[in-house]
Design a protein around this ligand. Structure first.
Ligand code: NAD
Length: 312
């Protein structure tokens, strides 16, 4: 991998993470941003993050911090960034016009066998790539934040994506230590967010209907469901909660279906329930002015969990 190059377009939060992940596996990384100052800041952040990871014993791969840092180079143009790259990961803001603009430029200069991946969390690959000459090489590789501690990546092909693009992307992402899952076709929200929004939807209803407080609702996840979900999904949970899926169905399917049919239409988020939840969160989490501190608290815990999972 030492002479293979990856191009990263956009050097914000996600671009920085991808750059570090590819560098940790030995790839050469070119990173570009429309804001020249931003790339400098990104490289400084990366140095700090590598330092933190080393301290926590969470540095990936076999290279030391300095060797990883040296693999990442700022590119002054988008052309420089993608030149010679076999894989391009776009990490520009979540706006269709910006993404189309960037890929339109890249499309003019890449080779026919390159893989063009977008980090988009919600835009369908067919929408971003429909006008591209190389649209058969396009895929969405949607990471989870923060990518170092939450390694899941959703790979979503467009209807016209070549058959080799998804498996090649998958093995590349595995090689850098992420955990890719494949959507066989695109769907609004992909999978992670569809599941996440179904959870938020039911949480909203239960608070709206005054069944439970926001604080207690969060505890249901953080001290109940979430504890299991850190290690296994809902299907394995069901499998183990009975003697296999057949037995789970026999025991619980009817009751589950009865409850599921009571969910009804989703409630739009906002209004009085929104105000109520905001007020409660301010008191049991923190005032909005202190969320930066609280994010550090969160990241520390996610790092500790990642470490535990690595050691197990
Ligand atoms: P960000 O705002 O931190 O970074 C975006 C960067 O792109 C900025 O540095 C900006 O200067 C640069 N940029 C803007 N226009 C550009 C252009 N034309 N060419 C090159 N660079 C340009 O955003 P982010 O949080 O890193 O998100 C990037 C992408 O990743 C989005 O599509 C987002 O949906 C996706 N994503 C984000 C998260 C998350 O939690 N932040 C998680 C998964 C996926």
């Amino acid at each position: 991998t030492s002479d293979m190059k990856v191009g990263i377009i956009g050097s914000g939060l996600i671009g920085q993470s991808w750059a570090m992940l590819f560098a940790s596996a030995g790839y050469q990384v070119g990173i570009y941003d429309v804001e020249i100052e931003q790339v400098k800041k990104a490289l400084q952040n990366i140095e700090q993050q590598l330092l933190d990871l080393e301290e926590q014993g969470l540095l990936r791969g076999n290279l030391n911090k300095q060797e990883q840092r040296e693999r990442i180079a700022a590119a002054s143009t988008i052309g420089d960034c993608v030149k010679g790259a076999f894989y391009i990961q776009e990490c520009v803001p979540e706006r269709l016009d910006i993404k189309k603009g960037v890929w339109g430029e890249v499309d003019k200069i890449v080779n026919v066998d390159v893989i063009m991946a977008s980090s988009s969390s919600s835009l369908l690959p067919s929408k971003i790539s429909d006008n591209l000459k190389h649209r058969n090489r396009f895929v969405v590789s949607h990471p989870t934040n923060p990518p170092f501690y939450a390694p899941l990546v959703e790979i979503i092909p467009a209807p016209w994506t070549d058959d080799d693009v998804v498996p090649t992307t998958k093995s590349l992402l595995e090689r850098i230590g992420q955990v890719p899952v494949v959507l066989k076709k695109e769907i609004d929200g992909f999978v992670l967010n569809r599941i996440q929004y179904s959870i938020i939807g039911e949480a909203w209803r239960l608070i709206n209907d005054d069944i439970i407080s926001a604080e207690d609702l969060d505890k249901v996840m953080s001290t109940g469901l979430g504890v299991r979900y850190a290690f296994m999904g809902p299907l394995e949970t069901a499998y183990l909660n009975a003697d296999g899926m057949k037995s789970y169905i026999e025991r619980y399917a009817e009751m589950i279906y009865r409850i599921q049919t009571s969910f009804g239409q989703p409630l739009p988020m906002g209004g009085k329930t929104g105000d109520k939840i905001q007020k409660e969160l301010e008191s049991y989490v923190c005032p909005v002015e202190r969320v930066t501190e609280r994010r550090q608290w969160r990241d520390k815990r996610l790092a500790a969990l990642a470490k535990l999972k690595k050691e197990m």
